[in-house]
Design a protein around this ligand. Structure first.
Ligand code: UDX
Ligand code: UDX
Ligand code: ADP
Length: 480
């Protein structure tokens, strides 16, 4: 029986290993983590992450061939294949601060593998890490090898949160990078055999190590670039009276471009896009390619611009002041169907509104009050550390209340900001909301999910990203 151990029971490690266990009943999969609370949650009825379909998969395999443990060293020692899926934060100090990946957790995991191993191992890089990390890890392992043979593979994860289980069941592709030596090819084949249990052969791509690592950064950069492209267009649409949805539809009909990932929004978030692009930028700069670095940097600049633009629009529309006004924020997660708030645009938008002294009443169906308070008090880039090492925030933002109902959040509010596209926000009784709000009542739809015409009929002043502005908004231009 092949034994797999995954270091890091997070958004990537947890779901990926659960699906491997489901699809490969003959493989024993143990997911280990230094966070006791995370492992306890994985072993309980209340899993530590919200992901549609995940509960069923875990229930079917847990205790059969899927296990969660804090006994990191024991399970690493016993494994044939070790996946490493630990945090790779952006450095906040020192060389490359604000851009380069901090590989502290990766390196400590590698050293631990070297310490405890007694048999040959395939070590699989699963976290997004900068290109050439595998080589660094290989060096640590071989310099501490005690005669043990290690093969390093890069197997980047392409799942998106909210659809992780479906993405894992039916991946567009599985990418495995390895050394092009006989031992390297054998290791690639061993990992291929695992995925081949459910993924068609033509979807399992094999490359060299560097190509696999770079493909992950490139794929995320391309996806983010599409969003910044359509968001840049949304600003032009508002200025000129075009409708970004119509423009995106017409553009996407070109089969060379395609329809997906062209939804204008308040900005992209999530743990990957910004971090991976910053990494890419840093790698370009280190390799003497400033023009290429500048090109990708612009994707992040447009994303920041989009978030600022939204805040400015809110403030400008409300007579240039939101001071002491109650603003309801619907949605805090970085996208629907997840409770994840890492790099969510809601953080910047809320901070922007708080900077103008607004009072916020926030509702998200999956995000807790603790998490929201932590996000609004934490410094940029500080989120990406093992949970138990994250700075806890004794301070809370007083102008923020977190409620468990959209009607409660909007009661007596001057404005509603929709920041996550949760389906339930489409079905709210907006007449009831309008009746309980201050007048004029505003809706700022950062995800283009409400029917703006219907809301205008009710009496709202409505702003939708990239859509023709109504006369109120035209009369109160936002300066970006
Ligand atoms: C992303 C990649 O899609 C995935 O392949 C990779 O493995 C990890 O990073 P994820 O961050 O989970 O996945 O979610 P994704 O669906 O890509 O959305 C990222 C952000 O972009 C969200 O904030 C989302 O709301 C936003 N987005 C997405 C848009 O604003 N418009 C779109 O058209 C699509
Ligand atoms: C383009 C648009 O494709 C077309 O829809 C529009 O109506 C007019 O402009 P065209 O300029 O004739 O058409 O050719 P196209 O095939 O788009 O190529 C444009 C340039 O891009 C060429 O120099 C081509 O060699 C280059 N190209 C194209 C690349 O370098 N790489 C590619 O992957 C594709
Ligand atoms: P991702 O989205 O990439 O899965 P997460 O932050 O959700 O990232 O998960 C990473 C996990 O890795 C965390 O639960 C963290 O506690 C764990 N971790 C970090 N360093 C180590 C380590 N050296 N040994 C075991 N687990 C670790």
């Amino acid at each position: 029986m092949v034994k797999i151990c995954c270091i890091g029971a997070g958004y990537v490690g947890g779901p990926t290993m659960a699906v491997i266990a489901l699809k490969c009943p003959k493989i024993e999969v143990v997911v280990v983590d230094i966070s006791v609370s995370r492992i306890t949650a994985w072993n309980s009825e209340q899993l530590p992450i919200y992901e549609p379909g995940l509960d069923d998969v875990v229930k079917e395999c847990r205790g059969r061939n899927l296990f969660f443990s804090t006994d990191v060293e024991k399970h690493v020692a016993e494994a044939d294949i070790v996946f490493v899926s630990v945090n790779t934060p952006t450095k906040t100090t020192g060389l490359g601060a604000g851009k380069a990946a901090d590989l502290t957790y990766w390196e400590s995991a590698a050293r631990m593998i070297a310490d405890v191993s007694k048999s040959d191992k395939i070590v699989v890089e699963k976290s997004t890490v900068p290109v050439k990390t595998a080589e660094a890890i290989e060096k640590i392992l071989t310099h501490n090898s005690k005669g043990i043979n290690y093969q390093i593979l890069s197997n980047p994860e392409f799942l998106a949160e909210g659809t992780a289980i479906q993405d894992l069941f039916h991946p567009d592709r599985v990418l495995i990078g390895g050394r092009e030596t006989p031992a390297g090819l054998k290791a690639v084949q061993a990992l291929k055999d695992v995925y081949a249990q459910w993924v068609p052969d033509e979807r399992i791509l094999t490359t060299n190590l560097w190509s696999a690592e770079l493909s992950k950064l490139a794929a995320n950069a391309f996806l983010a670039q599409r969003i910044s492209s359509v968001n840049a267009m949304s600003a032009l649409c508002e200025a000129t009276g075009a409708d970004v949805t119509q423009v995106a539809y017409a553009v996407g009909k070109d089969s060379r471009i395609g329809q997906k990932f062209l939804n204008a929004s308040v900005g992209f978030g999530g743990s990957c896009f910004q971090k991976d692009i910053l990494n890419l930028v840093y790698i370009c700069e280190c390799n003497g390619l400033p023009e290429v670095a500048e090109y990708w940097k612009q994707v992040i600049k447009v994303n920041d611009y989009q978030k600022n633009r939204f805040v400015n629009r809110v403030v400008a529309s409300m007579f240039n002041t939101v001071s002491n006004k109650k603003i309801a924020v619907l949605g805090f997660a970085f996208k629907k169907d997840t409770g994840d708030t890492r790099e969510t645009p809601a953080i910047d938008v809320c901070k922007g509104l708080l900077g103008d002294k607004a009072r916020l009443s926030i509702y998200d169906p999956q995000v807790t009050e603790d998490q929201i308070q932590r996000d609004l008090t934490m410094n940029k880039f500080d989120w990406d550390h093992p949970i138990h090492l994250q700075p806890t925030s004794p301070t809370t933002v007083k102008q923020v209340s977190v409620v468990w109902d959209a009607y409660e959040a909007t009661k007596d509010a001057h404005a509603v900001c929709i920041l996550t596209e949760w389906d339930e926000f489409k079905k709210l009784d907006y007449k009831r909301i309008f009746d309980n709000m201050q007048k004029p009542a505003f809706v700022f739809d950062g995800r283009n999910i409400v029917n703006a015409d219907e809301l205008r009929q009710i009496g709202f002043i409505v702003y939708s990203i990239g859509k023709p502005l109504d006369s109120w908004l035209k009369d109160m231009p936002a300066v970006a």
